[in-house]
Design a protein around this ligand. Structure first.
Ligand code: NDP
Length: 327
């Protein structure tokens, strides 16, 4: 038996969630079984656990879109028992049992080796949010956004993606401007490396098709009107990476930023991201991450606390990252 968060749905469609024992023989098919050491609570996990978003595709489901741990058994030559591995995405925690459990069986194709410089806990302090932040930054770099081009705007700054993006971009020498709905977190954002702060409200009401040209790059986790206003205020040739929908799924923009300022909008997906990009992102994260800042932006909870913490995360009461300790 192993402990897990389990989401169930009754015949009349009511969702319930509990932390309970699950038998090993109920684990899904897969060629590698991992003893999970650390998992995390991501935005998507919180939506799944609270039922506030249609994340779970089949029931019962163990949520948890990421984990880090030690291979317990493997039918693969290239992944041996005792190896330390990381998993992000691939529908795990959505349609395949996930990481908020002491044990997970998955396809070996989905696993990446833990970089030498990182511990399992650090990998989950980074988590899918931090790995997505790295994918956004690598997209900005591929599009030629260098620090000398101008400031980079980060929305949802105190959240998981935002916090890691600020830490990494400031380490890389970019001038980071943080957009937040939590002005009381100014000291936290400054410590991570943000040079300026803007209130979220400046981006939440519909603006003009083109605003004052200001940003060379942007990492947007919000979507909706926020993303539209970010696009409208990009400098000529600016690059926006869009990875989230914390505000809204919509995109009420015009083509003006794209056809009059040559702005590029790059979509970033971590779930089905090809393996070579994952490996490159994790390798770069291991080089760039500041372990002290990482600890400072992270709260640690036990598996049993994951349900309560999910509501708090969606209600904007949690800052930075949340790691989940297995027993
Ligand atoms: P968090 O909950 O940690 O952070 C989200 C932040 O967004 C909040 O802390 C808040 O920051 C800000 N925010 C909340 N509500 C609003 C709103 N209505 N309008 C504008 N900003 C808002 O989540 P994550 O950082 O982990 O994830 C952020 C988004 O990115 C989510 O939508 C998530 O689903 C998505 N995501 C996508 C991935 C992908 O593969 N594309 C992978 C990982 C995440 P503040 O208070 O500072 O304003």
């Amino acid at each position: 038996m192993f402990k897990a968060v389990v989401i169930e749905k009754s015949a009349d469609g009511v969702q319930s969630v509990s932390v309970r024992d699950v038998a090993d023989n109920q684990l899904p098919k897969g060629d590698v079984t991992v003893r999970v050491e650390w998992s995390t609570l991501n935005y998507k996990d919180a939506l799944a656990i609270t039922g506030r978003g249609p994340i779970v595709r089949s029931f019962p489901m163990i949520p948890g879109i990421d984990f880090a741990g030690i291979v317990e058994s493997s039918q693969r030559e290239d992944i041996r028992p005792g190896a330390r591995v990381i998993l992000n995405g691939w529908g795990v925690g959505e349609k395949h049992w996930g990481g908020l459990a002491e044990k997970a069986t998955v396809s070996g194709d989905w696993l990446v080796p833990l970089p030498d410089r990182l511990t399992s806990r650090q990998a989950m302090e980074i988590g899918t949010a931090g790995y997505t932040a790295m994918l956004c930054i690598q997209a900005l770099q591929r599009e030629g956004v260098t620090p000398d081009k101008g400031p980079i705007l980060i929305t949802g700054a105190t959240g998981g993606v935002g916090s890691v993006a600020i830490m990494l971009l400031s380490r890389l020498g970019y001038h980071v401007v943080a957009v937040t709905g939590r002005p009381e977190e100014e000291a936290y954002l400054t410590a991570l490396g943000a040079k300026e702060m803007l209130p979220r409200q400046a981006f939440t009401t519909p603006g003009k098709a083109l605003e004052k040209a200001r940003w060379a790059g942007a990492v947007d986790v919000a979507g909706g009107t926020v993303l539209a206003n970010v696009c409208a205020s990009m400098a000529y040739g600016g690059v926006v990476t869009a990875c989230g929908l914390a505000a809204d799924m919509s995109f009420p923009s015009t083509v003006a930023p794209f056809i009059l300022r040559g702005v590029t909008l790059v979509g970033v997906d971590s779930v089905m991201c090809p393996r070579d990009r994952r490996l490159a992102a994790w390798s770069r994260l291991a080089e760039l991450i500041d372990p002290v800042k990482l600890v400072e932006m992270t709260s640690e909870i036990a598996l049993a606390d994951a349900i309560e913490a999910s509501a708090a995360l969606l209600d904007g009461k949690i800052r930075g990252r949340v790691v989940v300790r297995m027993s």
